[in-house]
Design a protein around this ligand. Structure first.
Ligand code: AMP
Ligand code: ZN
Length: 302
């Protein structure tokens, strides 16, 4: 019977990604230790900085907010209400619940208040699929809020499964611009607040296990608008690869970060990203950035 690597007692868990036997008692301790180590290794933020956690109400961002607060970081959260559906209402309630547990404040931003329409209405009007619109809009609203309220860093709950899935998608398209931004940390630049992903070392399952052991409240359903999203297919494909050849996820992701990203930094793509949007002045490869293009189209139609 393998022994728990932390306490030497009987292990009842084996983390294949880390090749690590643990017991359930030690698991949360290990989880927090890895989180802190990741934050320090990548110089994501320190205990004197103001950290804004983007909390969707799903397991990853709820666990992230909880972990950072347990580790003694100075956090508050922001939740973006994407639509007026029951799913959004439930998500918002989970954010409220976790805020009560950790006694940390949160802010609400409604897409409908900012753009006059919710994500479903925008998607129908522009005849574009929800997920890409939603991520462009959420990214901008998060940054704007963090910038205007002087946060040092915005953190998201992106985990190893999310990162390998989107890396695979970007590689399938050889989308160098997206690849350039796919790092655990993106440094502050002009009106662009620093971004960090402290959970890149964990898989979906590992975060879920932590949430269950700590009895955290979170919404355990997929966003109703994500049906048919490519990321779901990429995650399924990676599960198969991982099963046959562990630890493929970490090897794929960490080698990209260690080796390939450096090559991209010296490429011409980097130069193209230095342009600024003529409307909002944010970095953009085109004359007008993707967020302002969405706003323009919505105004023209109104
Ligand atoms: P997703 O793209 O839905 O997998 O979300 C990735 C990360 O973005 C989450 O872990 C959160 O940190 C953040 N996020 C997603 N949706 C929201 C939201 N509605 N409000 C605030 N943060 C969000
Ligand atoms: Zn713009």
């Amino acid at each position: 019977m393998p022994r728990c690597r932390l306490c030497g007692g009987r292990s009842n868990l084996f983390l294949s990604e880390h090749r690590l036997p643990l017991c359930k008692n030690c698991y949360p301790k290990w989880f927090l230790r890895i989180t802190e180590r990741t934050i320090e290794k990548w110089k994501m933020f320190n205990k004197n900085e103001k950290v804004l956690v983007a909390v969707s109400g799903g397991k990853d961002s709820v666990a992230l907010w909880y972990s950072l607060s347990k580790l003694g970081y100075n956090t508050s959260a922001v939740h973006i209400v994407i639509s007026e559906t029951e799913y959004s209402l439930k998500s918002e309630n989970f954010v409220k619940e976790i805020s009560n547990i950790i006694k940390s404040p949160y802010h609400i931003i409604r897409i409908k208040n900012e753009l006059g329409k919710d994500i479903d209405e925008i998607s129908k009007e522009l005849k574009r699929e929800h997920c890409s619109l939603c991520s462009i809009i959420k990214r901008r609203l998060l940054n704007k809020f963090a910038f205007e309220n002087n946060y040092d860093v915005v953190v998201t709950g992106h985990n190893l499964d999310d990162e390998t899935a989107s890396l695979l998608g970007n590689v399938l398209r050889w989308d160098l611009k997206y690849l350039l931004n796919q790092m655990p940390v993106l440094e502050k630049k002009d009106n662009f607040v620093k971004k960090a992903k402290p959970f890149i070392r964990f898989t979906d399952k590992e975060i879920k296990l932590f949430s269950q052991i700590e009895k955290l409240p979170f919404i355990d359903e997929r966003c109703p608008f994500s049906k048919g999203a490519h990321s779901i297919l990429y995650k399924e494909v990676f599960e198969r690869i991982e099963k046959e050849m562990p630890p493929s996820k970490w090897t794929f992701y960490s080698n990209f970060v260690k080796k390939i990203h450096k090559i991209l930094l010296n490429s011409k793509e980097k130069e193209e990203n230095l342009n600024k949007c003529k409307i909002c002045n944010y970095p953009s490869s085109k004359e007008t950035c993707s967020f302002c293009r969405i706003k323009e189209k919505l105004t023209i139609k109104n």
